[in-house]
Every structure is written in structure tokens, then in C-alpha cells.
Design a protein around this ligand. Structure first.
Ligand code: MSP
Length: 666
């Protein structure tokens, strides 16, 4: 199947930053995933160069606009290279191949009466490149909640595009194709917007000359959004190009929520007017906000040099962080502290440590030669079932354009594998002569899990699979998506090596000045301390080997004795989870709506790093039902969910028989 995915084309008025990188990294993950699934993928990105703000910025620097954008476009291209973006083309709207198509289509729309000449009198926000009627302004400023800057009064002869004429056809299309605008919140927003009535759109400017000239009236240049949207087909060589014939309509136009309106209203109406097929899906993700809350953007001055970040942490870690932090339908928070915390916990501890520990054991107990698998026990059967579930879930999440959900699923298997290491205790098996076949099976399972992680992580972290497969001593051909839930792929006898830790643990203080250091918050320190033990193993191979052979676990001391009457005061009940969702702007908290004894309650629980919300809905869990309510992040939590945890592995206690919410637990 063909799969055509696009990012917005970026304004090269300033260098790209981590916020703008998100869309491109996410589109890249989808493109890589579809390639692995065997689809014929075309992935387009580029730059939107004919904007008035480009002229303004270039002028303010005393530069010719073209020379100015040439420099910035190179920055975009090299950032994409550094981030391993696998785009098939990069379109610049200053290219002749694009100009040609825009001119032809503008003329066609004019000739068929959909573009007409009139006079525009109203306001324009140059930073947003948007026309606003007076009625929409807020205190005389740009009403875009992310902007709020000064607008300029325009009174000029302009061409207009008859958006209003196509309003009903578009609405019908949106209603008949629920997948056309996603996620649902954006779709509802757009429906409301269109139902509010569309006004004809001003589509040309006469007060500057930078841009694409209207061929039959050269004192006009085409409005930058009309010009920009056309890139999605001009890059394919519309109308006769082979690429156009093969890949149009686009399967996904991916973008931030601020520009869904242009893609879900103006762009489809252009296509409807031209009699061309509409893209299958327009998807608007949230923004990356700074810790203080504002959108990460150049104009807010809260951006960090992306190149420097990649140098410090590596592109895989940056990609992982970005993809993990953006949950469907909400915004993500970016801060270097969060980035490091995520890198240390998920990559260095959970995944990296599993890989180092298990390879170290194959080296130690079998001289690095992968043993043959013997017989599965119930444990391995469980892993197989889980891997099938995880692969299916990753596929479902990737189809739903939810990389965060896909990663969370993969990390369920990562957590399960870490638990498997402790459950099977290979260091103990190694000491018993009659357990050698069992040890072979366990070590083989470790290696298969590493291969599976290499496959599952490949769309998200392109450098990682090569490193993992190299440690296993096998080549890239092993990256076969369909084998991500197979456990008998690696040939016995291959030579594995311990190698270096895949993700060395980062000490943020090494990048900070002394003053900044004092601000590294306590929460992060705590989280780091609790995971310290495992990461030290990953960094220090010698101590890792000792720990492995001893298999020591540090348990919390058992608390002082209580009487049965004291225990009876705790009212434990089965509760059914009706809804679950992450608490915004936190990593750890999940908000759960539960039903207990005929009552609905809200419980906030610190389990968000261990479960995806959809994995919890429908489960029967055990709660402390008579715990005094407490406020967590402004939400009143009416009870507590029981969960078992040790060394970073956490499992919520569930009840499997059909007991109603409210059943006593004692
Ligand atoms: N040039 C237009 C797009 C034209 S597409 C035919 C444009 N460019 S932009 O450079 O301003 O923004 C490009 C994309 O970056 C948008 O999808 C925008 O939402 C996204 N982001 C910019 N800052 C962002 C964050 N802080 N977080 C996430 N995405 C962000 O709009």
C-alpha cells in the first residue's frame, strides 16, 4: 500500500527549534513504521518562504530575503539530518517547480469564477500571516491566543477566494468522514468553526512584491497560505508527475493544532474547487510548552539550541523524549530536566540496563555464545502472549498517530523483561547443575527480547537497532517487523558481546552552571535516587557482574506490628475503572474514574509511567475506600489504588474473577 505523509512547511524566518522538530520527528516515526510494514512510503517536508514576515526579518538584518532564507533553510536541512529524518523530498516554495503550479492553479480558480477581485479592508497579523476582521480582534490585538501581538490595518485591492460557496460541501465531507480531521477535539472545533459561517478569503497582497506573482495581474502576489498549501501537490509534480499520480491524495497531513484550520478548511476547499481528491487525514497534535507554560517558540525567547541538545544527548534520546511526551489531544512539556529524567529512567535504566544485564549474563555463563532454547515454561508463554499484545497495540497506536501510546506499550514489555530477569534469577540457575537447560532457555529469551526491542524501537530511535543487533552479532536484516512477536528467530551459537551501555546515564549538573544547579528540583533528585541502583549497574560492568551473580534485592524493612482490629479499620474494596487519563503536566499521575459500591469516585494515582490509560479501563482493582480525600495537583482524590512495586517495576493489584465494584477485600 502507498503511504504519503507530510509535515507543514516551516517558515525559515528563524532557525528550527525543539518545538518545530516535533512534527517532523513524529512524521518520520510514522514513515519509518510504514516502511517496515512494507508500505510504499513518500515523506515530504520543506520550507514556506514567501511570507511577509520573511521580508521583514531579512530587511531588519539588512539582507536580501532570498539570501537570508537560503542560510536558514540549510539549518533546517542539517537539523533534519542530525535527527535522522528520512524525508524523500524537501520542497522550498521559492523553487520554480512550485511557482509554476501555484500560478496555474490561481489562474484556473480565477477563470472558473472562484477567485474574484475586490477590496480588502481589515486587519493583518504578520507573525501569524493571518487576516482578521475587526470583530474578531481582542483589545485591538491579534486574537490568536498564542500571539496577541499588534495587527496592521490593510486597505488594498485584493483577490478573494469563494470559501463561502463550498462551506456546505466541506461540512458534508467532514461529517461523512470522521477520520478526516483528528483527533476528535480538533474535528469538533473545526465543525463549530465552519458552522459559524465562512467568509471569502483574501488571497493576494499588493503592498510588497516578495512571493509568487499573480500571472494575469503582476502587481499582486499570492497570499502565502494559498501558496504554501499547494506545496503538497507541487512537490509531487502536479498535474502530470508520476509521483502525483502514485501518491496523491495524501494519507496524512501532520501538523500542530494552530494550523489545522488552514488545512481542514482552506486546503480542502481549494481541492474541492479544483475537482481534486481530498487528503485522507489532517491531524493536529499539541504544542511543546516550556516549564513555565508558554509555547516553545523563537518569539518567546524560550528555545534551546537543538544542535547542542543533540550533541549532548544524542538524536535517539531527543526523539524518544519528544515522541513520548506528546500525549494525544494535549500539549507536552519540554525542559532539559525532564529530558534528562526521561533519558535516565526509560532509556538508561529500563531498556539500557536490561540489555547490559542480559548480555553480561550470556557472556558470563556461556562465553557469549547464544545457547539453544530448550522448553518454554509458563513464564515464556506469558512473554509470548504479551509480545503479541504489545505488537498489536503498537500497530494500533501508530495507525492512530499516537507515538506516545506506542512507546508506552513497548515499555510494558521492557518492564516485563526486567521482571523476568529477577523472576528467573539466572545467577541462581548458574549454580545448579540440573538447571543448565533452563538457564539456556532464559538466556535465549533475553537475546530474543533484545532483537524484539530493536525492531519495535526502530521507527522511533533509528540509531538504536543497529547498535543492538551489533551486540547480538547479527545484521540489519533481522529488523523484520512481522517478527516482533516471534521468540525463535536467533540462531544458536551466535557470538554476543556486552559492549558499552546503550544510553549512559546523564548527570545534568555537568551541563549546568553552579547557580542553575541549585535549581534542579528535588522531585528529580528523588526520582534519580530511586533508580540509581539499577543505572550504576549499567555504567559499571564489573559491579554489574557481581550484582548479577549475587542477585541481591534491597527490600524496604517490614513495618511495626499492628493488631487485627487496627487492620480492620482499613476498608479495602474492589473497584471498577471506568475511565483513565494522564494528569496534565505531570509524568507520574493518572486520574481514574472508578465505581465502588454503586458510587462513582475520582482517584489520582502515581502509576502513569507504568500503564497507558487504555490498559486500565475495564480492570477491577483494589482500593483503600475509607482513606481521607486528598488534593493532588488540584484534583480531589477519593481513595488509593493498591499496587506492588520493587526496583522500578510496578503492578496494580487486579481482581480477575467477576466480583462487583464494592466487594470487600480482607
Ligand atoms: N508555514 C506554516 C505552515 C504551512 S504548511 C502548508 C507554519 N510554519 S511554522 O514554522 O510557524 O510552524 C510549523 C509547525 O511547527 C506547525 O505545525 C506548528 O504547530 C509547529 N510548532 C511550532 N512551535 C511548536 C511547538 N512549540 N510545539 C509543537 N509544535 C510547534 O505554520
Amino acid at each position: 500500500m502507498k503511504y504519503y505523509i507530510t509535515t507543514p512547511i516551516f517558515y525559515p524566518n528563524a532557525s528550527p527549534h525543539i518545538g518545530t522538530a516535533y512534527t517532523t520527528v513524529a512524521a518520520d516515526a510514522f514513515a519509518r513504521y510504514h516502511r517496515m510494514k512494507g508500505d510504499d512510503v513518500y515523506f515530504l517536508t520543506g520550507t514556506d518562504e514567501n511570507a511577509q514576515k520573511i521580508v521583514r526579518t531579512a530587511e531588519s538584518k539588512g539582507m536580501d530575503p532570498k539570501r537570508y532564507v537560503d542560510g536558514i533553510v540549510e539549518r533546517f536541512k542539517s537539523l533534519w539530518e542530525e535527527l535522522d529524518i528520512s524525508n524523500d523530498d524537501f520542497i522550498r516554495t521559492t523553487e520554480e517547480r512550485h511557482h509554476k503550479v501555484v500560478k496555474a492553479l490561481f489562474t484556473k480558480l480565477h477563470d472558473q469564477g472562484d477567485i474574484y477581485k475586490s477590496e480588502y479592508e481589515g486587519w493583518y497579523c504578520t507573525p501569524c500571516e493571518t487576516f482578521w476582521p475587526e470583530s474578531k480582534l481582542i483589545d485591538g490585538k491579534c486574537p490568536n491566543p498564542d500571539c496577541g501581538r499588534e495587527v496592521e490595518l490593510l486597505k488594498e485591492e485584493s483577490y478573494f477566494f469563494k470559501l463561502s460557496k463550498y462551506q456546505d460541501v466541506l461540512l458534508k465531507h467532514i461529517q461523512e468522514h470522521p477520520e478526516f480531521i483528528q483527533p476528535v477535539s480538533r474535528r469538533n472545533e473545526m465543525i463549530r468553526f465552519i458552522e459559524g459561517g465562512l467568509e471569502d478569503l483574501c488571497v493576494s497582497r499588493t503592498t510588497f512584491q516578495w512571493g509568487i506573482q499573480v500571472p494575469f495581474d503582476p502587481k499582486h502576489v499570492v497570499y502565502v497560505w494559498l501558496d504554501a498549501l499547494i506545496n503538497y501537490i507541487s512537490a509531487l509534480g502536479f498535474p502530470d508527475g508520476e509521483l502525483y499520480k502514485k501518491y496523491w491524495p495524501a494519507d496524512v497531513h501532520l501538523m500542530g493544532k494552530d494550523i489545522v484550520r488552514f488545512h481542514a478548511v482552506i486546503w480542502p476547499i481549494i481541492l474541492i474547487a479544483l475537482g481534486l481528491p481530498l487528503p485522507k487525514e489532517v491531524y493536529g497534535h499539541g504544542w511543546f510548552l516550556s516549564k513555565e507554560g508558554g509555547k516553545i517558540s523563537k518569539s518567546r525567547g524560550n528555545v534551546q539550541d537543538s544542535f547542542e541538545l543533540i550533541q549532548r544527548y544524542g538524536s535517539d534520546a531527543i526523539r524518544y523524549f519528544l515522541l513520548h511526551e506528546m500525549q494525544v489531544g494535549t500539549d507536552g512539556t519540554y525542559s532539559e530536566d525532564n529530558l534528562v529524567e526521561r533519558l535516565n529512567s526509560d532509556l538508561a535504566n529500563d531498556l539500557g540496563n536490561f540489555v547490559s544485564r542480559s548480555l553480561a549474563m550470556i557472556v558470563k555463563y556461556r562465553n557469549g555464545l547464544l545457547p539453544k532454547a530448550s522448553e518454554d515454561t509458563a513464564l515464556e508463554q506469558e512473554l509470548k502472549a504479551l509480545s503479541q499484545e504489545v505488537k498489536a497495540k503498537v500497530e494500533e497506536r501508530m495507525e492512530a498517530l499516537d507515538p506516545a501510546g506506542a512507546l508506552e506499550s513497548i515499555w510494558r514489555l521492557v518492564a516485563r523483561m526486567n521482571k523476568y530477569v529477577d523472576e528467573t534469577a539466572p545467577w541462581a540457575l548458574a549454580k545448579q547443575e540440573n538447571s543448565q537447560a533452563r538457564l539456556d532457555q532464559v538466556l535465549h529469551t533475553f537475546a530474543e527480547a533484545i532483537r524484539i526491542f530493536a525492531i519495535l524501537c526502530a521507527p522511533f530511535m533509528p540509531k538504536l537497532p543497529g547498535k543492538m543487533l551489533q551486540l547480538l552479532g547479527v545484521d540489519q536484516e533481522m529488523l523484520r517487523w512481522e517478527e516482533a512477536d516471534h521468540w525463535d528467530v536467533l540462531p544458536a551459537g551466535i557470538q554476543v558481546e556486552k559492549g558499552q551501555p546503550l544510553f549512559p546515564r546523564i548527570d545534568l549538573s555537568q551541563w549546568k552552571t553552579e547557580g542553575e544547579n541549585q535549581n534542579v528540583n528535588q522531585e528529580q533528585n528523588n526520582a534519580q535516587q530511586s533508580t540509581e541502583k539499577l543505572t550504576e549497574q549499567a555504567q559499571d560492568q564489573t559491579s554489574s557482574e557481581n550484582q548479577i551473580s549475587e542477585g541481591k534485592l534491597e527490600f524496604e524493612p517490614i513495618k511495626e506490628e499492628i493488631t487485627i482490629d487496627e487492620f480492620a479499620k482499613i476498608d479495602l474494596r474492589v473497584a471498577k475503572i471506568l475511565q483513565a487519563g494522564k494528569v496534565e503536566k505531570t509524568d507520574k499521575l493518572m486520574k481514574l474514574e472508578i465505581e465502588v459500591a454503586g458510587e462513582k469516585r475520582t482517584i489520582v494515582s502515581g502509576i502513569a509511567q507504568h500503564y497507558a490509560p487504555e490498559d486500565l479501563v475495564g480492570k477491577s482493582v483494589v482500593i483503600v475506600a475509607n482513606l481521607k480525600p486528598a488534593k493532588l495537583r488540584g484534583i480531589v482524590s477519593q481513595g488509593m489504588i493498591l499496587a506492588a512495586s520493587q526496583d522500578g517495576v510496578l503492578e496494580v493489584l487486579t481482581v480477575n474473577k467477576d466480583l462487583p465494584g464494592g466487594a470487600r477485600v480482607k
